[in-house]
Ligand binder design. Structure first.
Ligand code: IVH
Length: 666
């Protein structure tokens, strides 16, 4: 292919992958494939200097900037590392380094390459002042509040000997155990799963609510200390000092003195890393002496004094049996590769999601192809490639279905997305049965005795064709069902009766309004107060509620504009299902704060921020978001932001601490 054309194509492709990886936290290719594309582009650009473009993907480190955080410039830019998948390349790097150091002896530090999201911490006088994400390498997002929730990061240092000012770089990680726990919880709530701990960690650190971050139990390992005033003249001793100040520095970090020792380190950790509690994607080798590091210097993108060796993702080759198309509760059609069973990282893989049509097309999968399946830290195996060499002649390429495999309705492509959906919401069996199943689920109406099978059975027999009809079930009707005894019938009837006490927010969640998950449902129920208000709200009014975007708002108005949904709501109301939030009790309410307005800032010890907010409201005060002339008090915890402090002092607004506040409302 024309090389110039290939450059343009690679740039476009890499830009797309960058966006998926850094912005959406939802990559569609493996790191190795990404690195291969990048290397190909680097080589072509070197060959064609006339094609230089400062905006090429080779000229930057991917950006993860999210506009809702304050951004700052890094004191020292956050660079990446040169990387390779081969031991030979590492050995060549050692030889090159030796030459560059004019044959001088040097020690190499071998360490783990942790696969999370990188973070830069700034400490002044032994206290954490700021935590910044990598961003585009030059500027990053300030995520201090979120980072403070990571228990293994010391907010005040232990020991002694730290510089007055330093920057510490490391990796924020979600340990495997936590990753599995959170995904199990998400599966239970029917929320999308995290593909791997890295996405989970980078998604978590950018959550706008630090309390949610705290629940995720992140961890962090540190590997690079920067300061004008470092305690030692070599990396290893500096890292041991960092460890003594209370940070997590991996015990795996080792000083190595020869090519043989480096190779042995690689061979050992290639397998031993599987036993570690956190995800790793390789090893990093660094020249130990800071003087030698300085001598070696940097290229535009990475230090010459370090190299990353990346592990091969675990991969297997197996034959595609057939592709099935499955319809979910929301009508989305997902292609699934059904495979000849194959052993991969200790589990037998029979099925792998192909996600959407674009992926089938990009991979160009044909019938009975031999497919590469990868499980690089992911729980759900991924198809990452096709062995085209072994393709059977004349085999047809896989075509995405044009009609719903369940009800035959022509599929529609969701605007702006790669997904196809069946629009026959109210006539497509798996969608209807799926909604019944959702409605009775534990986090929704918690109706005992109806699981996936029974929901399907109720639908197939025509007894329940929508969630409203659940309340038409009688003992006689249930007893007609196959394998249904009096006991199971009574259990369901009791479950239906108990569901009349379920609070309105869970009812909203149980309705299966597209895009309305548990949290959104709670916010909607609280903001609207009752179903009639909710049904009459315009998209603009809905979008004004916290965390409700225009897309969710539109989905809600569309849902309630559909006659069948209004009928269902009426049927549920008649049955006695809760259609409003309980009246707020006036118990425990006072007017001690007499309408005074408060701004809350910092971290508190006695109660959480949310609890203080509630106390202010319950005592007749008002919470406001930002400081203005009209603010009456600042309720300040520890580490109040310097900008806020300055503004408050300038306007002469009294700053009170927790204890003073608690006395005010005593
Ligand atoms: S050193 C100037 N050491 O890998 C070099 N990086 O591709 C600073 N990483 O952005 C990085 N483990 O997020 C270094 N032991 C380790 C690492 C490590 C993981 C990440 C880090 C960095 C990326 C470079």
């Amino acid at each position: 292919m024309d090389e110039i054309k290939r450059i343009t194509e690679l740039r476009k492709e890499l830009n797309e992958h960058n966006h998926r990886y850094y912005v959406l936290s939802d990559p569609t290719i493996s790191d190795m494939d990404y690195d291969m594309l990048m290397k190909e582009l680097e080589a072509l650009e070197a060959k064609h200097p006339e094609m230089h473009d400062p905006l090429s993907p080779t000229q930057r480190v991917g950006s993860d900037i999210n506009t809702s955080f304050e951004q700052v410039a890094h004191i020292y830019p956050m660079l990446s590392l040169g990387n390779t998948y081969s031991i030979d390349d590492v050995n060549d790097w050692i030889k090159r380094t030796k030459t560059a150091l004019s044959g001088e002896q040097f020690t190499i530090v071998g360490e783990m390459k942790y696969d999370g999201t990188s973070i830069s911490l700034i400490y002044e006088h032994g206290r954490l002042v700021r935590a910044v994400t990598r961003g585009d390498g030059t500027r990053g997002d300030v995520v201090t509040d979120n980072v403070k929730t990571i228990k293994s990061i010391p907010l005040e240092l232990q020991g002694s000997g730290w510089p007055d000012m330093f920057e510490l770089r490391g990796e924020i990680l979600l340990p495997w155990k936590e990753f599995e726990r959170i995904n199990a919880e998400r599966a239970f709530n029917e929320e999308p799963l995290f593909a791997n701990p890295r996405n989970a960690a980078s998604g978590t650190i950018k959550l706008l609510n630090p309390a949610e971050v705290a629940k995720r139990n992140l961890d962090a390992y540190f590997y690079y200390l920067l300061s004008d005033n470092l305690p030692y003249d070599n990396h290893y001793d500096n890292m041991m000092a960092v460890k003594s100040w209370g940070f997590k520095v991996s015990d795996i970090m080792t000083c190595l003195h020869s090519i043989d020792e480096v190779d042995e380190f690689i061979n050992h950790w290639d397998t031993a890393r599987k036993e570690l509690p956190v995800a790793t994607d390789g090893l990093v080798f660094k020249v130990n002496s800071l003087r030698q590091q300085l001598n070696l210097g940097f290229t535009a993108k990475s230090p010459r004094w370090a190299i990353a060796y990346k592990f091969q993702a675990e991969r297997a080759l197996t034959q595609l049996d057939f592709v099935s198309f499955e319809v979910g509760r929301m009508g989305i059609v997902t292609p699934v590769a059904n495979l000849n069973p194959v052993l991969l990282s200790g589990t037998i893989v029979k099925r792998a999601s192909l996600h959407n049509e674009d992926i089938i097309r990009t991979l160009d999968i044909h019938e009975h192809d031999m497919l590469y399946v990868e499980k690089g830290g992911e729980i759900i195996p991924k198809i990452t490639g096709v062995d085209t060499g072994s393709r059977q002649p004349g085999s047809m390429s896989i075509k995405f279905v044009t009609h719903c495999p369940a009800c035959g309705t022509p599929l529609r492509r969701i605007e702006g997305e790669a997904a196809w959906m069946c629009p026959n919401k109210y006539g497509c069996p798996p969608q209807i049965a799926g909604r019944v199943e959702h409605y009775v689920g534990r986090r929704m109406m918690n109706i005992d005795g109806i699981g996936e099978e029974t929901a399907q059975l109720l639908y197939n027999t025509g007894l329940v064709t929508n969630i409203g009809e659940l309340y038409d079930l009688t003992r006689e009707k249930l007893l007609c069902l196959e394998r249904f005894g009096e006991k199971s019938a009574d259990r369901i009837l009791q479950g239906l009766k108990d569901s009349l006490n379920v609070t309105f927010d869970r009812v909203v969640y149980a309705l299966s309004i597209p895009y309305v998950g548990e949290t959104v449902a709670k916010k909607l129920a609280r903001a609207a107060g009752d179903i009639d208000t909710l049904m009459s709200m315009s998209a603009e009014q809905l979008a004004a509620i916290e965390d409700i975007g225009p897309r969710i708002a539109e989905s809600i108005t569309e849902y309630f504009a559909t006659p069948i949904n209004r009928e269902i709501v009426e049927r549920l109301r008649q049955a006695g299902v809760q259609m409003s939030m309980p009246e707020e009790s006036t118990e425990g309410k006072t007017d001690k704060l007499g309408g005074k307005s408060f701004v809350i800032s910092g971290v508190f010890t006695h109660h959480s921020r949310d609890q203080y907010k509630a106390m202010i409201e319950n005592n007749g005060g008002k919470n406001v978001g930002s400081i203005s002339k009209k603010t009456d008090y600042i309720l300040a915890g520890e580490n109040m932001g310097p900008a806020k402090l300055e503004k408050a002092q300038k306007l002469g607004i009294p700053i009170i601490d927790e204890d003073t506040f608690l006395k005010m409302i005593e």
